[in-house]
Design a protein around this ligand. Structure first.
Ligand code: HEC
Ligand code: HEC
Length: 406
């Protein structure tokens, strides 16, 4: 057994009709003070303002506008048909409903929803990126996704008169037409041999200029993605009503029973799915890793450290003191085999299928995994097998669905 982080223990969570004992408790509140404290910590209004010291444009309205245009622009792909929105579709909660993503080629991982993603500490299922802007650069060059070379991306945006004007309003000057004409269209630091050779043939100064503009495009796309906050769910409305001392419950008895189970230490959910986004921002093995195929966080520890576009890199707006999560990140490879980022559970009922591999079709299948997984039972995970009756399973699912967007 591995140590379980932030184990919540010894709190009494009984859900009864006895009114709460604290003088500050609102009337008609059926929860014990401890339970009520936990419930409030899950409400969306507990979310702080979004921040990222490495991107000074994160909350800039002009960057949000330009970023949204880039997010939906299919020209930013090898076949002219792929944009970020091909997989992160607004009408599907910025996900795609597929088992694994599909664009130029079929990928190996499930597409996460982007609502609330900016409050994460790490990005991707294995957290191989430490900021949203650095994350945005990956799909553009990924051969299975947009598959466009770095020089092509930068040239395309900065030779478009409309983009150029908006870009210059934000960043001051951009490279001149003559300067960009000297760049090959198909050069990137990783890719085919010809692409890498073309990249290496550029001078260090040219490469830095291209990387600077590339990073800036990432920062604008990130500003748009950071504006995607999940709206209030029925669960949040329930908490708000109780806080105001109102007794008209927004949740059914079955949903309330699910909430009680969710915060009960016996089910362990809150050990990992905590806070307003229902994630502790940490990496855990829950027995879903696939040896030899996908080992999760363990596989990418060096990649984050040596990433040119990380918080400590030359394109970051942060000072080293702002990059503590990178400096102090957990590096014990052995402990991180098969570990993935705890995903947000906001509107989870609307973003099937589930897990990094998309192999669980329904929330009931996810709970069955927690109950039956042989990896969990063998002690090779960060939790113990969960015991639930059929009725309890239904209640938990009902509760998870109260996090949906209406
Ligand atoms: C081919 C489909 C596809 C395209 C195109 C695509 N994504 Fe994604 N996106 C994914 C998948 C799949 C993942 C998870 C991959 C992983 O964890 O390895 C992901 C992960 C993310 C994440 C991290 C989410 C989290 O919870 O950590 C963000 C943010 C994101 N994408 C934004 C973007 C942006 C911005 C673009 C365009 C520049 C984009 N994506 C293009 C499929 C896609
Ligand atoms: C030890 C930490 C941990 C505990 C305890 C835990 N989870 Fe998870 N949960 C995770 C991780 C990590 C994933 C992602 C695993 C993957 O994708 O391979 C996940 C995935 C999920 C998903 C799928 C989300 C998606 O978008 O794919 C749901 C639903 C879920 N958990 C609900 C629960 C519930 C309900 C409980 C309590 C019965 C619980 N979890 C207990 C860490 C945990």
């Amino acid at each position: 057994m591995r140590p379980i982080v932030a184990l919540i223990c010894c709190v009494s969570l009984s859900f009864s009709l006895n009114s709460c004992a604290e003088p500050t408790c609102p009337t008609a509140n059926p929860w014990t003070p401890q339970a009520w404290g936990l419930i409030q910590s899950l409400a969306l209004d507990a979310l702080p303002a979004v921040s990222d010291a490495s991107n000074r444009y994160l909350s800039n309205p002009q960057a949000v506008q330009l970023g949204s245009e880039l997010f939906f622009d299919q020209r930013l792909s090898a076949n002219g048909q792929v944009s970020c929105a091909s997989c992160h579709q607004p009408e599907k909660f910025f996900s795609d409903g597929l088992t694994t993503a599909q664009a130029i080629e079929t990928g190996t991982r499930n597409t996460p929803s982007l609502l609330g993603v900016a409050w994460n500490q790490w990005f991707f299922w294995d957290g191989r990126k430490d900021s949203l802007w650095s994350q945005a650069l990956s799909p553009l060059e990924d051969p299975k996704e947009h598959n466009l070379a770095r020089t092509a991306v930068v040239k395309l945006v900065l030779t478009d008169p409309q983009y150029q004007q908006k870009y210059q309003a934000l960043f001051g000057a951009s490279p001149s037409t003559a300067e960009m004409a000297a760049w090959p269209t198909d050069a990137r630091p990783s890719g085919s041999i010809a692409q890498i050779q073309a990249w290496k043939a550029l001078s260090a100064q040219q490469r830095t200029s291209i990387d600077t503009q590339f990073a800036n495009l990432g920062k604008m796309i990130a500003a748009y993605v950071a504006s995607l906050k999940p709206p209030l769910s029925r669960f949040d409305q329930y908490v708000a009503a109780l806080k105001a001392g109102k007794s008209d419950s927004k949740l059914t008895p079955l949903e309330l029973e699910g909430l009680r189970l969710f915060i009960d230490p016996k089910q362990q959910c809150l050990n990992c799915h905590s806070g307003p986004l229902f994630t502790n921002q940490s990496f855990h093995s829950i027995g879903t890793g696939e040896m030899g195929r996908d080992t999760g966080r363990a596989a990418i520890l060096d990649q984050i450290r040596f990433d040119r576009f990380n918080c400590l890199g030359e394109f970051s707006d942060a000072s080293p003191a702002d990059c503590t999560k990178l400096q102090y990140m957990q590096r014990n490879r052995h402990q991180l085999i098969g570990a993935y980022k705890t995903p947000s559970l906001r509107n989870v009922g609307q973003t099937a299928p589930y897990f990094h591999h998309g192999k669980q079709a329904t929330l009931a299948d996810v709970l069955d995994h927690y109950i039956n997984s042989s990896e969990i039972k063998a002690g090779r995970a960060d939790l113990t097998a969960i015991v639930l009756t059929e009725a309890e399973k239904q209640a938990l699912i009902a509760f998870l669905n109260t996090l949906n967007i209406e």
